[in-house]
Every structure is written in C-alpha cells, then in structure tokens.
Design a protein around this ligand. Structure first.
Ligand code: ADP
Ligand code: MG
Length: 319
C-alpha cells in the first residue's frame, strides 16, 4: 500500500517555478511581487456536507480549487499559489490520481502552483488555501459599496441549486437542462479573469456561494447601504426559465448557492468600461439594480416599481 510520502511525491509534487521553495520542506517559501498585497483564502469541502460521498474524484479536485479561486476573483486578486490538505479514508490510488488530475487541470489554466499541504487518514475532507496578489489600493472589498453604485451580476444564478434539487428528487429536469445544471454544480468556472479586470472599475464585490440575496446582503451589511434590484433584469439561465416548478426556479435564482458568479457594485461612470470588459471576456454582465442609502436590505421590485416578495435566506450551515 502506498505510504503518505509516496502519495505526496507521486500525486502532489509538481514544479512550482515562481515559488522560492515548493513541496518537500517544512514550509514553502514565497516572494510576492513588489507593491502587491497577498490575498489569502481557505475553503473546505467535507463529504456528506458539501458533496455526496461517492462524488467523482476528478470533479471534486476541480471544485475544491474552483471555489477558492472564486474567492480570489471576488477580491480582484490574480491567483499564484495554493496548498492542499486532504483527509482520505484509505489510500485509493485510482481515486487520488483522478482527484489530482481535476485539481491540476484547473490549476494549469490559471497558472496556480501547488506549494504544500497535508495528507492524513480520516473521513474524506479537502481543504484548499489559495494565495493571490492584488495591487494595494485595488482590492475589491465588501465594505466599499456606496449608495448610487450600480449593482452588476456575472452570468446567471440558480443552475447549481436546481441540479441539487433534481438530485434530491424535488424536480425532474429534462436531459439538456440537467446536463447544464450538473456542470454548474460539479465543475464551477471561477470568474478569475473578470475579477482581475474589475480592478479600478468595481468598488466592491463578492462571489455567489450561498445565494444571490444572501451574498449581496454581505456587501450591504459591510458597506452600510441598501439595494434595489429589478426582478425582470435578473438573468435567467435556460434551465430556470424552462423549469416546470416556477416557485423552485425563483428560489434557486435568488437563494441558490454554489454558482460562483460575481456580484459587484460600481460607479455609474464605469458602465461602458464594464460592458466592454464583459464583451472582451465573453462573460454576460447584467446591470441588476442599484445600491441606495438606508438599511442593509434588498428590495426586489418589478419593472413598474411594485415590491416582489422573495425567499430571503441563502444557505447557512448552522441555520
Ligand atoms: P510536516 O510533517 O513537516 O508537516 P508533511 O510530511 O506533512 O510535513 O509534508 C511533507 C511535505 O509535503 C510538505 O512540504 C508539505 O507541504 C507537502 N504536502 C503534504 N501533503 C500535501 C498535499 N496533499 N499536497 C501538496 N503538498 C503536500
Ligand atoms: Mg504536515
């Protein structure tokens, strides 16, 4: 049976050309570029909580890194390095090889170098820490939105949650919709290039991991502003528009987690530049509302200004 050290050497040791020292010593040694702040974030995925215990290893490897890269994107940070801590019930080499392939496939796309980690036996859990860089004054913090800012959303929300609803038997999606939604759930595409491009354009940003309203709510709380969203302007993916259960589709749209889109606020004068960024990167960007003075709540109105009632809460592990 492969030892812990065999596993690390065989599956998790790769070149890390921009690190001073990568995997193999007590610590990695890193030198951030001059003038840049280091942006650091950790996200953990636990079997039975964040994924089904029989989930495909390659997709898990992808997702474990993707959710972390999404946090860097939401800060306007460009990814550089990552560490990976895994607890494995048994050293199943086929599983580990597939996991590593998923992880390094995404890492290569964004030139992320794995520079350390920890490997132990235990109930399956994966924790990734990513490190990225952002120029000191340009980080997209949650507390920087101002009343009067536009509120933008990349892509569309709700498909990942709709996939989960299907898997739990709450709805039966037809094949094409299911395929689109499952891809969103299992292999989310972090908006890394968009995050970097929004430096100096957006004022604040967050990634949608727990639901559009809940995550926008975090910006509002931190920035002490309110928000008005226009119902008709919320982008709807095909699968949601076609969903036979309208109430479920709305719930997924507003409160469904796991999409890893970016919600951001920006001054109105940046509109044209933001639209150009969306065109260049081929990412749909929707202007969905505005930040307003007042309590940190979202009011959702239809195009005629009438309040639309909404499922308020996103996902909360302890609720
Ligand atoms: P230590 O006992 O000093 O913490 P370990 O035996 O845990 O060292 O790890 C040896 C080296 O392998 C370290 O450089 C560590 O960062 C790296 N490492 C361990 N597990 C992983 C992993 N899953 N992915 C990447 N690097 C790892
Ligand atoms: Mg260790």
């Amino acid at each position: 049976m492969a030892s812990e050290f065999d596993i690390i050497r065989k599956y998790f040791t790769r070149e890390a050309p921009t690190a001073v020292l990568g995997v193999g010593d007590d610590c990695a040694l890193l030198r951030p570029d001059p003038g840049m702040l280091l942006a650091v974030s950790t996200d953990m995925l636990t079997a039975g909580v964040h994924f089904f215990p029989d989930a495909e290893a390659g997709k898990l490897g992808h997702k474990a890194l993707a959710v972390n890269l999404s946090d860097l994107a939401a800060m306007g940070a460009g990814p550089r390095w990552a560490t990976l801590a895994v607890a494995l019930p048994e050293p199943d080499e086929k599983w580990i090889a597939a996991f590593a392939e998923g992880f390094f496939g995404l890492a290569a796309r964004f030139e992320v170098e794995l520079i350390g980690g920890d490997t132990t036996r235990g109930p399956l859990a994966i924790s990734v820490t990513v490190m990225g860089e952002v120029p000191a004054e340009l980080a997209l913090r949650r507390d920087a939105a101002l009343a009067g800012d536009d509120i933008w959303l990349s892509g569309a929300t709700g498909e990942a949650a709709l996939a989960l609803a299907h898997l739990k038997g709450r709805v039966k999606l037809e094949a094409a919709a299911l395929e689109a939604c499952l891809a969103r759930l299992h292999t989310p595409q972090p908006r890394v290039d968009l995050g970097v491009r929004l430096r100096g354009l957006a004022r604040s940003a967050i990634d949608v991991s727990d639901g559009l309203l809940a995550d926008l709510g975090h910006i509002l709380e931190a920035s002490r502003v309110g928000a008005e969203l226009t119902w008709e302007k919320l982008p709807r993916a095909r699968a949601l528009a076609d969903c036979p259960d309208k109430a479920l589709a709305d719930e997924c749209l507003l409160a469904g987690g796991d999409d890893y889109e970016l919600v951001f606020t920006a001054p109105k004068v940046k509109r044209a530049q933001i639209q150009a960024a969306g065109r260049d990167l081929e990412i749909p960007l929707a202007l969905i509302g505005a930040a307003i003075a007042g309590d940190p709540v979202v009011s959702l109105r239809d195009a005629r200004g009438k309040l639309v009632s909404s499922p308020r809460k996103g996902f909360d592990h302890f609720a």
